[in-house]
Each structure stands twice: as C-alpha cells, then as structure tokens.
Design a binder for this molecule. Structure first.
Ligand code: 5GP
Length: 143
C-alpha cells in the first residue's frame, strides 16, 4: 500500500472484494467486515481525504444525499427501527481506517448495535459564549 492507499481506497479501486450496496462517481457503500450489528454499513466518499474537515463540498453533498436513503433501505432489510450514524476522525477519536467514512449502525431492542462508552459534562457557559462567537466568525468568513 502506498502512503495514500488504505483498505478503503483498495476497495474503491476494486482491488479488494466487498459487499457493495451502492456506488456512483463520488461515493460507495459497503457492509462493514466486522459489524456491530447486522446491516452495519460504511458510506465512503471516493475522495482520498483522511478526515471529514478535509472533504470537498461536492463529496459532502453526495454523502448527505445518500445517508437518509441508505439508512432507510438498511432499516427496511434488517427490521431495525433505530440506528446510529458514527463518524470517527483521528486515532484518538477511534478512527482505524484513515480514509473518511460514515458508519450506519442498526440498533436492535436486544442491545445489538453501537454501545455508548461516551462521557459528558455540563457545558461551561463562559467558554460556550466565546466559542460560539469565534466559530460563527469562521463560518461566516468561509461562506
Ligand atoms: P473506524 O474505526 O475507522 O471508524 O472504522 C473502520 C471500519 O472499517 C471498522 O468498523 C472495520 O470493521 C471496517 N473495516 C476494516 N477493514 C475492512 C475491510 O477490509 N472491509 C470492510 N468491508 N470493512 C473493513
């Protein structure tokens, strides 16, 4: 594998087999090889970027268009009525394949699906006011 290549770029290039659910010029959807629950799917932009913040608007739009449709089909076929979207960016954020991707994970009443180990703390309001202002400015500048 070259520096840029990952298991997903090899799958996109057809060099490694996969259970392909959908493909167009911008995205591919495959079943995860090690699923949290039946129907666990990966929606992968073909663009070779590691994390979501680097993804082009064109690819992001293709992902956004397909996520609801794909989720609906997965629910219909698995019989699940609930699901999680998971999207990891960076090794400490549990990313293990360094090509941006979205997980669609059906959740079943018996517990199969994503388990939540995540911890939260109440918001710091002073920090939130400053952060809101700064992020607003960056977003407005980029529009
Ligand atoms: P991440 O931890 O990066 O968010 O998720 C990577 C996902 O890719 C994991 O859920 C893992 O099971 C899946 N995966 C890794 N290698 C392969 C593979 O060769 N084929 C498929 N279909 N999925 C893979």
């Amino acid at each position: 594998m070259s520096d840029e290549e990952t298991i997903f770029s090899l799958i996109i290039d057809g060099k490694i087999p996969s259970y392909k659910l959908y493909e167009d010029e911008l995205i591919i959807a495959i079943l995860d090889i090690n699923p949290f629950s039946p129907g666990h799917t990966l929606l992968i932009p073909k663009e070779k970027v590691v994390t979501l913040d680097k993804l082009s608007s064109k690819s992001a739009a293709a992902v956004g268009r397909m996520l609801p449709k794909l989720s609906k089909a997965i629910l219909e076929i698995t019989g699940a009525e609930e699901f999680n979207i998971l999207q990891n960016n960076g090794i400490n954020a549990f990313q293990s394949v360094f090509h941006v991707h979205f997980h669609i994970i059906p959740k079943f009443p018996d517990g199969r699906g994503l388990q939540f180990p995540f911890k939260s703390t109440p918001i710091d309001h002073e920090e939130a006011i400053i952060m809101t202002e700064k992020i607003n400015q960056i977003i407005i500048k980029g529009l």
